[in-house]
Design a protein around this ligand. Structure first.
Ligand SMILES: [Zn+2]
Length: 156
């Protein structure tokens, strides 16, 4: 059993491979606005980098990976009962292509709700959040500031 951090989080964010990683937390990052880590969010979050664990997977598999982490209680955090699970992507076709891939699986337990941009498995629901931040090579901070702004707007 992993040791859990006791402060419950409001959101678990899974960054799709195409979304830049936030900067790592450092000593004093909470007070330093120039460090673009998860502490720039206006809500308590746990961020999972899809780059690290889902490289090369299909969109459908990425969703499954995220849902498994939640349902198998593999996250090193306490999740508040009202917490949101959000897959953050830049890919406009993410949900459509994941739903299409799911159709080819015989025993797919995922329930797709394209209208509300949600996917459920039992009582676990993931929202798909499309961010409009441009990936600007060489100027990552611009990109990260946009990602932080869009997520803060979502939680306002
Ligand atoms: Zn931090």
């Amino acid at each position: 059993m992993t040791q859990k951090i006791s402060q419950p989080v409001d959101a678990v964010l899974f960054f799709d491979e195409c979304v830049s990683n936030l900067e790592d937390c450092t000593d004093g990052c909470r007070a330093n606005k120039n460090i673009l880590c998860k502490h720039r969010f206006s809500f308590r979050s746990h961020v999972i980098s899809g780059r690290d664990i889902s490289r090369g997977l299909s969109d459908f598999r990425v969703l499954l990976r995220f849902i498994h982490l939640i349902r198998r209680n593999k996250l090193p955090i306490t999740i508040s009962p009202s917490a949101e699970f959000i897959l953050v992507t830049r890919d406009k076709r993410f949900l459509r292509s994941a739903a299409k891939q799911a159709k080819t699986k015989e025993r797919c337990l995922l329930d797709f709700d394209p209208e509300h941009k949600r996917v459920s498995w039992g009582d676990t629901t993931i929202s798909i959040l499309l961010i409009r931040c441009k990936n600007t090579p060489g100027s990552v901070p611009v990109d990260l500031r946009c990602i932080i702004r869009e997520l803060n707007e979502h939680f306002r």
